[in-house]
Design a binder for this molecule. Sequence first.
Ligand code: SF4
Length: 63
Amino acid sequence: VTNATMRNALKYVDQSADPAKVCAGCLNFKPGPAPTDAGGCKIIGNDTEILPTGYCSGFVAKK
Ligand code: SF4
């Protein structure tokens, strides 16, 4: 399922324009079972299709 309202609010895209800023490298990402699997996001609630390659304005780099 996707949370269209929050995706739109944060301008989420499945493919980040910047390889250094992707969901897989974001503190808010909740990874799926495998590194390339879709997962979730702490600030885009009830969304199970966040891609590791994605990006949104809520990006916070992992330290
Ligand atoms: Fe991806 Fe944005 Fe969630 Fe970070 S906050 S995991 S960039 S959707």
